[in-house]
Each structure stands twice: as structure tokens, then as C-alpha cells.
Design a protein around this ligand. Structure first.
Ligand SMILES: [Zn+2]
Length: 443
């Protein structure tokens, strides 16, 4: 038997740990789905392995950890654009979902999204959508690492009758994947405006008992904050604190419209912040003050949000824009620098999930969730600085290879576990049905 399964020979390794270092002419060896050795290329070429993979002009880095998605909503990409959040939700998204959402919708939408995510270098996805058992099945089958945060809302949906039945179905699913290596299940209470105080308290209690992750949309817009003050007499984050839902296992998604007091509250509880810059920009929601949060030692990770509000699912696109708007927002080109953007998309995501011992960096003993980013294009020349290339010069389509737990899911730019033509056919079928329905929504 060989010492290693696979040895990867990129031109550069961007391990993320040690911090802010690039190894030139180094190779990474994999064994049993784990990173087994990192060595200079001339030594590694001699390694006894089942296969050696040459990856010229690529930078090998940890796979992206995409902290917020609604995968199945890929079927609603471009369905209703250029609208403010509440109009978009109430007049278009929610009526369409209540008409169409089914196991089949979620299966086809999840596959489409996951194909897109894999080609964009996402190796871990956090998802929040109806029928999470279907998305879990798809993720499991195609080899993606995923945290499914099952929806908890008080209104009836195709998936569950009420909040209690959401929780029951979700916990059943959590139980089913208890010992799974790649799939985890947590709580996804939608927001403080869609879930009652009673339900939020119950989620807080159960999550604490089970030590389970929680993901919630929070401070997505200024209006959400103002409405909360009017309705509950307090800001959403204070309400979350009051119901006991704010802690290190809570992932607060969006977090625009934050005052100094709000930032102090997040810091006090060690809660996780998830920045979704493109979705926020596109819905005109606001901008999360990333650098300011980080200066208060708050961990900020990155998410694409769903394709209905982004409309891409590209983590390279997301980290680029996070860096650019971070600078403009703070009036400081040093804010959210290139390394910070790369860390947000990798190691900070691992920290937010409590999975730092397993993913987020290239270190011996960690799971082999890796991507090779192709920097051969003329738009990367002359490659003075690799992190700069990765953040500022990428066009989003440079992820040429991706491995999850050592298994290739993208090779030479091609999907290995999903059928491109089949995906295309199903997307086109949905397009016809959805367009016909959308025409009935226009006034
Ligand atoms: Zn969302």
C-alpha cells in the first residue's frame, strides 16, 4: 500500500495558517481524506502515492466556507430583481414559494445551487430552507460538506404546520445525521419578525441542551430595526439577547444598521457575524461594518445568501466585494485587506461553525477540503502578489479543482458528481412553470 493516496503539486500553497504566508513550490499530500503532509515540491515528487496531480499556475488553498445560503432558491435566480427586501419577499418570493415549494422543487433547486457552489470553490455550505432533509440528501450524495439549519417559523408552510412541527421534524433530521462525517443539522429560526418570543425561547433552550448551532437573519435592514423598536420596544439584537439566543453558537446573518451598543452586545456574547455583501447591496439593505466588528474581536464570516437575492453563488466574487465595500465604508483602503477577505471566506467560517479543528486551513491532520485556483489567465499577470491576485483580480471562474474530504468534486473545471445536462434540462422545465406564475403576480 502507498504512503499517500494523492499528492497535489500547485505552484503556490496559501495555507491561511500560518497566517499571511504563501509557500512557493510546495506540495500537499492526502491520505484517507486528510491532509497528511506539506512538503517542498522536489521532496514531494518522490512520495510514494497512488497518484500525483500536477496543478501548474494554481494556488492551492482551503475550500470556501459559505456561511449563508438558501440553495433551493437557485430556481428563483433573476425571478424578481431590483426590489426592496419586504416588497421582494411579500409580493414575489413568499407567494411563489407557497405555490411551488415541494420536495421536487427543493431537490432540483439544491442540485442546481450546489453545482454552482462547487464550481465556485465552496466546500462547506450552511443552508436554511424548507425540506432540509432533501438538501441534506443532495449534499450527502454529491459530496458537499453542509450544515442544514432547518427553518423555524410560526406560519404554516408546505414543509411544516407550525413552529412546533418545524422543531420536531428538524430534530428528527438532526438525529438521522448524528454520526455523519459531512452533514450536520442545526436550528434556523428565520428572524425576530417571523418567529414569536415563545418559539425563540424554546429554540434557545433546545440548542443549549443539544449544543447545536443556530442561524438567524438579524438586522438585515434599518426598517427591520425600526419596526422591532416599534413592535417590541427594543432592537432585534436586544430581543435576541433577552430570549437567551445570543452566544458563540449563534450565527447572526447580515448585521447592517449596527450602533456601538449593538456591537458591544455581539462582542459580549461572542456571537458569530455572517456578512452577505452582494445580497445586501443588491437589495439596498445596508452594509455590515466588518472592520469595526473585527476591531472589537468579533468573528466575521462570509455568505452568498441565496441566488434569488445575489444572484451569483461565487465566494470569490463575495470576498472581492467584501473587501472593496469594506474600504469604502470605512474610508480607508487598509480596511478589510486582501488577507482578511481570504480569512473571512475560510478560517473565520470554520470558527463560526465551531469546526476549526477540522476545516478552514491547510494543516496536517485536517480534513482535505481544498481548492486549486487557476491563476494562469492574462488578467492575473504578472502575479506580483498571490493574495492580491486571489482577491482583486479574479473573475470568479478560476476554481479549477476542488476536493472535499479528499474526494475530487471538481476536476479541471468539470463537475465530478453532478450531471451538467440533466441539471440544465430540469432548470429549463422549472423556468417555464415559474415564468407563467410570475406573470400572474405583476400588477
Ligand atoms: Zn437569507
Amino acid at each position: 500500500m502507498s504512503d499517500f493516496d494523492t499528492v497535489l503539486h500547485p505552484d503556490w500553497v496559501v495555507p491561511i495558517a500560518p497566517k499571511r504566508e504563501v509557500f512557493t513550490d510546495f506540495s500537499v499530500a492526502l491520505k484517507d481524506g486528510q491532509i497528511a503532509a506539506i512538503a517542498p515540491r522536489d521532496q514531494a515528487q518522490e512520495f510514494d502515492a497512488d497518484e500525483h496531480v500536477a496543478l501548474p499556475s494554481t494556488a492551492l488553498m482551503p475550500g470556501f466556507v459559505n456561511l449563508h445560503c438558501h440553495a433551493a432558491m437557485a430556481l428563483l435566480r433573476g425571478y424578481a430583481d431590483d426590489l426592496p427586501l419586504m416588497t421582494w419577499l411579500q409580493q414575489f418570493i413568499w407567494p411563489t414559494e407557497s405555490h411551488f415549494v415541494s420536495q421536487e422543487f427543493v431537490r432540483d433547486g439544491s442540485e442546481l445551487a450546489i453545482a454552482d457552489l462547487l464550481l465556485g470553490g465552496t466546500t462547506t455550505m450552511v443552508d436554511q430552507y424548507f425540506f432540509p432533509e432533501i438538501t441534506a440528501e443532495v449534499a450527502d450524495r454529491v459530496g458537499l460538506r453542509a450544515l442544514l439549519t432547518f427553518p423555524v417559523i410560526d406560519v404554516e408552510t408546505a414543509w411544516a404546520r407550525d413552529a412546533e412541527s418545524c422543531i420536531n421534524r428538524g430534530l428528527e433530521l438532526r438525529d438521522r445525521y448524528r454520526d455523519h462525517d459531512r452533514i450536520e443539522v442545526g436550528f434556523g429560526p428565520h428572524s425576530t419578525y417571523m418567529v414569536s418570543e415563545h418559539t425563540l425561547s424554546r429554540v434557545a433552550m433546545l440548542a443549549e441542551e443539544l449544543d447545536a448551532p443556530i442561524q438567524i437573519h438579524l438586522h438585515e435592514t434599518r426598517e427591520e430595526v425600526l419596526n422591532s423598536v416599534e413592535r417590541l420596544g427594543m432592537r432585534p439584537i436586544d430581543f435576541l439577547e433577552q430570549v437567551g439566543l445570543l452566544g458563540p453558537r449563534t450565527q447572526c446573518v447580515h448585521m447592517t444598521a449596527l450602533g456601538d451598543q449593538d456591537i458591544a452586545t455581539v462582542a459580549k456574547h461572542g456571537a458569530q457575524v455572517v456578512h452577505c455583501p452582494r445580497s445586501n447591496l443588491k437589495l439596498g439593505s445596508g452594509i455590515c461594518p466588518v472592520q469595526k466588528l473585527m476591531d472589537h474581536d468579533i468573528n466575521v464570516a462570509l455568505g452568498t445568501d441565496g441566488a434569488a437575492s445575489n444572484n451569483r453563488l461565487s465566494m470569490l466574487g463575495e470576498l472581492q466585494i467584501a473587501s472593496l465595500i469594506g474600504k469604502t465604508q470605512h474610508g480607508n483602503p487598509k480596511a478589510v485587506d486582501a488577507w482578511t477577505a481570504l480569512e473571512m471566506a475560510t478560517v473565520n467560517g470554520a470558527i463560526a461553525l465551531g469546526q476549526l479543528e477540522k476545516i478552514g486551513t491547510i494543516e496536517v491532520g485536517k480534513t482535505a477540503d481544498l481548492i486549486a485556483v487557476d491563476l494562469s489567465g492574462v488578467h492575473h499577470w504578472p502575479r506580483h502578489d498571490i493574495p492580491s491576485s486571489l482577491v482583486y483580480a479574479t473573475q470568479g471562474n478560476e476554481v479549477a479543482w476542488s476536493w472535499i474530504a479528499g474526494k475530487p468534486v471538481v476536476a479541471n473545471g468539470q463537475l465530478q458528481t453532478l450531471d451538467y445536462l440533466d441539471l440544465q434540462n430540469r432548470a429549463m422545465r422549472w423556468s417555464e412553470q415559474l415564468s407563467a406564475f410570475r406573470a400572474t403576480l405583476e400588477h
